[in-house]
Design a protein around this ligand. Structure first.
Ligand code: TXA
Ligand code: MG
Length: 335
């Protein structure tokens, strides 16, 4: 009997991925932060396909990924000199910059705004795809709207199945949470989304003086800035290290099953109950971020009643992680 080979959906064929993008199809793309769901940023049909696969409202803008800083004038106008200083220092890398958009940038990319977000990712496979493809690649994180971002090729396949034509396997993401986003389109540089590139690091650029976005002053512009985002299906509760024991003791008397992500080891905690799953989190921010989404996925899959996450320090180097944890812990109904 003749068997027809199933097309391989995960692999390392960059040429094939570039061809699929040119045909208007969607490709899973590794980056150093998280996996992106890639589409041709100049093809309206491809972008419509992208939004529909993600289940994302069309007024939420996407980041355009480019091969190098040389592509900036193709997408943005009035690019300040500070942007080139930032690019020289941090690109390729986990930094997205927002500029006034070039007239040709499609509505589907900007969500109707006058600005466009650009990033050069620091991942060999992504850069090789960008070079082969030759244009800009729109790539939101490759998760369904509101869910955890994927940090491995199999996470992407699990999330979308057939809606993605091919997933490039670039291994596990080195950074682990989404890029830091800096808005350079206004009078004052503002960090719209914190990431592992901290405000302090950014402000090492002479003359930048970026500040965090004033949460109260601006309306939510995009999913990463909505209160509830990056959520596992299991409710997430943030608990301080000091309160962890008492929260767990309370649970002990209920029939609830909890999954815990904590800096402490389970053995150290005398009040532990048997039906508590436990992941010990790394104590330094880089390693914590690298493992954050896969740990939350793992705990989510256990189908417990609750995921308890020990709060992280409120310092600059933890700010991106703290932001994601806070968003993960807000339930949809809370907004
Ligand atoms: O690390 C990352 O940035 C990943 C990888 C794949 O590059 N991408 C990513 O894309 O996180 P996404 O779509 O999940 O988040 C993009 C964020 C939006 O939430 C929004 O905050 C911001 O980019 N954004 C895009 N265009 C914007 C614009 N014109 N103005 C303001 N924010 C914008
Ligand atoms: Mg996202």
């Amino acid at each position: 009997m003749k068997t027809i080979a199933k097309p391989m959906t995960i692999g390392l064929d960059v040429e094939r991925a570039a061809q699929l993008l040119k045909q208007g199809l969607l490709v899973g793309m590794p980056t150093e932060t998280v996996y992106g769901l890639a589409a041709d940023a100049s093809n309206k049909d491809a972008l419509v396909r992208l939004f529909s696969a993600k289940g994302r409202p069309t007024n939420h803008p996407v980041i355009v990924h480019v091969a190098s800083v040389d592509a900036l004038p193709d997408w943005a106008v009035e690019v300040p000199k500070l942007a080139y200083d930032l690019a020289e220092r941090f690109w390729p890398g986990p930094l997205t910059m927002i500029f006034k958009k070039h007239a040709h940038v499609l509505y589907e990319v900007t969500g109707g705004q006058e600005t466009v977000a650009i990033r050069v990712p620091r991942h060999e496979v992504a850069l090789s795809l960008l070079q082969k493809f030759g244009g800009g690649i729109a790539a939101p994180s490759a998760n369904r709207f509101g869910k955890l971002s994927p940090t491995s090729a199999s996470d992407v396949e699990g999330e979308f199945g057939d809606a993605v034509a091919y997933v490039l396997d670039g291994g596990t993401c080195e950074v682990g949470i989404e890029s830091t986003i800096v808005d350079l389109s206004g009078a004052q540089p503002r960090v719209l989304r914190p990431g592992m590139l901290s405000l302090e690091q950014l402000n090492q650029i002479e003359g930048l003086h970026a500040r965090n976005r004033d949460e109260a002053a601006s309306a939510p512009r995009a999913p990463g800035t909505l209160k509830s985002h990056y959520s596992p299906s299991t409710p997430v509760k943030l608990v301080s290290g000091a309160n962890l024991d008492s929260v767990l003791s309370e649970l002990k008397n209920s029939s609830k099953k909890a999954a815990v992500l904590s800096f402490k080891t389970k053995r150290d905690n005398a009040t532990q109950q048997a039906n508590t799953a436990w992941i010990v989190a790394p104590g330094d921010p880089d390693n914590y971020a690298r493992k954050l989404y896969s740990s939350l996925r793992q705990l989510d899959n256990l189908e417990c009643d609750l995921i308890i996450v020990e709060e992280v320090p409120s310092t600059d180097s933890w700010s991106g992680i703290q932001d994601r944890l806070q968003r993960a812990s807000v339930r949809e109904g809370d907004q």
